[in-house]
Ligand binder design. Structure first.
Ligand SMILES: NC(=O)c1ccc[n+]([C@@H]2O[C@H](COP(=O)([O-])OP(=O)(O)OC[C@H]3O[C@@H](n4cnc5c(N)ncnc54)[C@H](O)[C@@H]3O)[C@@H](O)[C@H]2O)c1
Length: 441
């Protein structure tokens, strides 16, 4: 690699870092692939070292670029240790070792609520993979520090958080910071081809989307935990951290309709509850939701998600148009008579989690500004939040009013002894939303 090219990439990263919000970044140096040398690494910081964070760090290190993980931050020391162990493991059956890419000495492992700022400062690229409640805080800081960003979905758990992400997304655009959001269907070949061929079904008038399965892990309360530690360990069941499963998982399917439709719903109403998953360690979330979202042109998105063992499992999307249907799971398109118009060839399918990183790091290496996923990530998250609030309240909710409601469910203080915004009653149960009584706007 020649020096000019090497400096160019460094300048790109540095330029991005010094531009403050509201100003236009100097044009990026995007002519050539000027990053390729072993001596010039792309440095990554991992914020949130759990399952997805470990996977995403591996995927970053498995791209063609010269990527090193240089800093790790997590609320809990044991999560950093487990992730570090996995990332530095020797190659085993079917798994390449990336241990030569892991350069995280003890002094660059940050534990607690505040470590993220220091970890980010070491990096060119940050991976944000904590539970989604923290995403607005971490995304804002990453943008402030001028970092390139991969962040997982969802990107918030309440309307106030969505506003913060939308504002920071604007600044990220001005600074020309690449932002990839982990709505991986956008990086999956079959979905991309279906999207490219969507005109075959005419105008999309409705959709049905599903995330129905058995549910996820539970981390039961342990003796000696403060309420904050307990909720952080068992985060799936608390809305300020997770958003409920309609936000945390079903966003993927809801987002497909928004993407293909090219817009977001204007209102929603729905129903839901907790029928089976209602123990003390199940916090405050529902185990089923059914929501009818309506778009400005009157088209409808019927969304259902359920976490109940022993019921029908299905994770899929069906888009219905004036001339035909797109079956996402089957990766094909049929006309209204049932005639097959297009079948995606499975041989051409890719691994979308890996591809998110392949495309992001290739762009970064070339100094290109290619990805601005934060706005859609925020608006699809907002769609799912509106769905949750619709089922919790049983009211018809309006997008604009809800987005501008200022509803903020996050704690005011982050420390192990601080009280989270929801606490259990004397018997150990949390307050649960009651349709007809719970009200938002
Ligand atoms: N795109 C996908 O298909 C996909 C798949 C799995 C997870 N995810 C998303 O990834 C995110 C993480 O999920 P996961 O399954 O890895 O959960 P996880 O519990 O395994 O990991 C989350 C980690 O974040 C840490 N953390 C919590 N608060 C923190 C803070 N304030 N600062 C630093 N670290 C903090 C936790 O201690 C934990 O180690 C979620 O948003 C989830 O929706 C996406």
């Amino acid at each position: 690699m020649n020096t000019e090219n090497k400096n160019s990439r460094r300048d790109f990263v540095k330029t991005s870092a010094v531009i403050t919000g509201g100003m236009m970044a100097t044009p990026l140096l995007s002519k050539a692939n000027f990053f390729s040398g072993a001596e010039d690494t792309i440095k990554v910081a991992l914020i949130g070292c759990g399952g997805r964070g470990t996977g995403a760090a591996m995927q970053a290190c498995l791209t063609k670029q010269n990527v090193n993980l240089v800093a790790m931050a997590d609320a809990f020391r044991d999560r950093i240790d487990n992730a570090y162990k996995e990332l530095t493991a020797d190659a085993k059956e079917g798994k390449t070792s990336i241990k030569n890419r892991i350069d995280v000495p003890e002094e660059r492992k940050y534990v607690g609520f505040d470590g993220y700022k220091k970890a980010m400062a070491h990096a060119d690229v940050v991976i944000l993979t904590t539970p989604p409640g923290f995403r607005p805080i971490h995304f804002e800081e990453a943008v402030k520090q001028g970092k390139q960003i991969f962040m997982e979905k969802p990107v918030a758990t309440d309307p106030a958080g969505i506003k913060r992400v939308l504002d920071a997304a604007e600044i990220a655009k001005q600074k020309k910071l690449n932002v990839v959001v982990g709505l991986q269907r956008h990086y999956q070949n079959s979905y991309r081809e279906l999207y490219a061929k969507k005109d075959m079904i005419g105008d999309i008038t409705s959709a049905q989307v599903w995330w129905n399965n058995d549910g996820v892990w539970v981390n039961p309360r342990k003796p000696g935990q403060t309420e904050m530690e307990y909720q952080m360990r068992n985060w799936y069941y608390f809305n300020w951290l997770c958003g409920d499963h309609i936000v945390e998982q079903h966003i993927h399917n809801i987002d497909v309709m928004n993407w293909f439709k090219g817009g977001y719903p204007v209102k929603a109403q729905g129903m839901g509850g907790r029928q089976v998953r209602k123990g003390k360690d199940h916090g405050e979330i529902f185990d089923h939701h059914y929501v009818e979202f309506q778009y400005a042109d009157g088209s409808i998105l019927n969304s259902q998600c359920r976490h109940i063992p022993g019921t029908m499992s299905k994770v899929d999307e069906l888009l219905i148009g004036t001339k035909g249907k797109i079956f996402c799971g089957l990766a094909h398109i049929k006309d209204n008579t049932g005639k097959l118009l297009f079948q995606f060839d499975r041989k051409n399918e890719n691994e979308p989690y890996q591809n998110e990183h392949n495309e992001l790091f290739a762009a970064i290496a070339k100094g290109e500004y290619k990805f601005a996923d934060a706005e859609n990530g925020a608006k699809s998250t907002m769609t799912a939040i509106m769905g949750r609030m619709a089922t919790y309240s049983g009211q018809v909710l309006n997008w604009d009013k809800l987005l501008n409601s200022g509803i903020d469910i996050m704690p005011k203080e982050f420390s192990w002894n601080a009280m989270p915004p929801v606490v259990p009653d004397a018997d150990g149960y949390y307050p649960i939303a009651v349709p007809g009584k719970t009200k938002y706007i």
